[in-house]
Design a protein around this ligand. Structure first.
Ligand code: C2G
Length: 129
């Protein structure tokens, strides 16, 4: 079984997130998503609208997602790859190069970001409604 791992906040879930998860699933058989906890989002300087528990529930309802784990730190990725026996680490290419250190442990794939949608844009657009 080819296992895929990806990370993110996945707040205000949109088609750009789904596009990423769909392509991640196409790379293997089993997708593990590490969702940033509310505490880690504070470290990332991000404020999610939905709580960790609700973002986790939403992600677990997606057909392309097989398992959801918490992302608590920047430093947990190597341990996650080893613990979950990951074959491919996947991220959107806005992160290109940032996680190349994982190449010693698994394949690293940066997928083109979906243009035209972002959680930040959704929040901005809603302010002008
Ligand atoms: N994404 C995408 N296209 C978009 C928006 C997001 O492909 N239009 C991808 C991002 O590149 C990322 C994933 O969807 O791979 C989740 O996006 P975010 O929730 O914004 O993730 P981020 O806050 O960048 O967290 O340790 C890594 C971090 O936790 C990543």
């Amino acid at each position: 079984m080819k296992k895929i791992l990806t990370y993110g906040t996945f707040d205000l879930l949109h088609w750009g997130h789904i596009n990423l998860l769909k392509r991640a699933k196409e790379l293997g058989d089993y997708v593990v998503v590490a969702i940033s906890t509310d505490e880690f989002n504070a470290i990332k300087n991000k404020k999610a609208y939905h709580s960790f528990d609700n973002r986790k529930m939403i992600l677990e309802a997606i057909r392309y997602v097989d398992e959801v784990i918490p992302e608590n730190t920047w430093e947990q990725k190597i341990q996650d790859v080893q613990k979950h026996d990951i074959d491919v680490f996947v991220m959107g290419d806005d992160w290109k190069g940032e996680f190349d250190f994982l190449k010693d442990y698994c394949e690293v794939v940066y997928l083109p970001r979906t243009i035209g949608i972002s959680t930040t844009q959704i929040k901005k657009d809603l302010l002008t409604v």
